[in-house]
Write a protein that binds this ligand. Structure first.
Ligand code: AP5
Length: 258
């Protein structure tokens, strides 16, 4: 059956603190897109002290990466709930193995990724943001005392519940999260860029044999885009334009509902 490349099946990719959660939430609110954040899911498991939460707690607190098998257990059931919807993944995949597992899962359902957005924010900007960050644990909503303050200091805008600091938002742990990003997560960008390049090549020449097709599923119709900036004023308009241009259907939905 026909695959629909006009559906948002997107990864929000970037360093810890780059703004993935903030920008994903903004898009979701504007366009009614479903979002899945593995960081939020893990924090909820930890708060509820589930079996997964107890296993992940120490790793997250130290700024390491939770093992791939445990992540797969958390996301597979959630992924199935996304079928036929516009969706954004935030914080998953984070290793090459997770990327391959995701590709295989989506290929089986004929719903490959359509967009990868790489947020490129300088390290020093990120470090200064982290100490200002507060979160609403049950929803994953993110605030920042210098950028998007809550209406009432210390309280969530929608529920009025208390905001908390993340235990992994201190300079030492953050340095480890950044190191884990460079070591394990950044290679994924090359992986997706190759997939995107080979899908273009195949469209131009259907008989084109890309070496990566032997070992990787190459999601055709995939676009990979880097958005660079230091502030939301720089990144948000670029991101919004990218979504509207890549998925014209989204714009129509906005126009008909406003
Ligand atoms: P996760 O929660 O995913 O953390 P992260 O990737 O480190 O990302 P952050 O949540 O820190 O940052 P963000 O990019 O979402 O930025 P935010 O919008 O908050 O994961 C936590 C841990 O869980 C990991 O360390 C790991 O242990 C584990 N884990 C999760 N997924 C895993 C996986 N797949 N595999 C293995 N382990 C996994 O913004 C940051 C701050 O900047 C905020 O204060 C915000 O208000 C502010 N800000 C945001 N955007 C802007 C802007 N444009 N301008 C100005 N300020 C801004």
């Amino acid at each position: 059956d026909e695959r629909d490349d006009r559906v948002v099946r997107m990864l929000m990719f970037g360093k810890p603190g780059a703004g993935k959660g903030t920008l994903t939430t903004r898009l979701a609110q504007k366009y009614d897109i479903v979002t899945l954040s593995t960081g939020d899911l893990l924090r909820q498991h930890i708060a509820e002290q589930t079996k997964i939460g107890r296993g992940a707690e120490g790793i997250v607190a130290r700024g390491g990466l939770v093992p791939d098998e445990m992540m797969l257990e958390i996301v597979t059931s959630k992924l199935d709930g996304l079928q036929n919807k516009h969706w954004i993944l935030d914080g998953f995949p984070r290793t090459l193995l997770q990327g391959e597992m995701l590709d295989t899962h989506l290929k089986k359902r004929n719903t490959p990724l359509t967009l990868v957005v790489n947020l490129d924010v300088p390290d020093e900007v990120i470090l200064s943001r982290i100490s200002d960050r507060w979160i609403h644990l049950p929803s994953g909503r993110v605030y920042n005392m210098s950028y998007n303050r809550p209406k009432v200091t210390g309280l969530d805008d929608e529920t009025g519940e208390a905001l908390t600091k993340r235990p992994d938002d201190n300079p030492e742990t953050f340095a480890r999260r950044l190191a884990a990003f460079y070591a394990s997560t950044s290679p994924l960008l090359t992986y997706f860029s190759k997939s995107a390049a080979s899908s273009v090549a195949r469209r131009l020449n259907p008989n084109h044999q890309h070496p990566h097709q032997l070992s990787f599923h190459t999601p055709s119709g995939l676009k990979v885009k880097t958005l660079a900036g230091r502030t939301s004023d720089e990144i948000w308009p670029q991101l919004d334009r990218l979504l509207q241009n890549t998925f014209p259907g989204l714009r129509e939905r906005l126009e008909t509902t406003t």
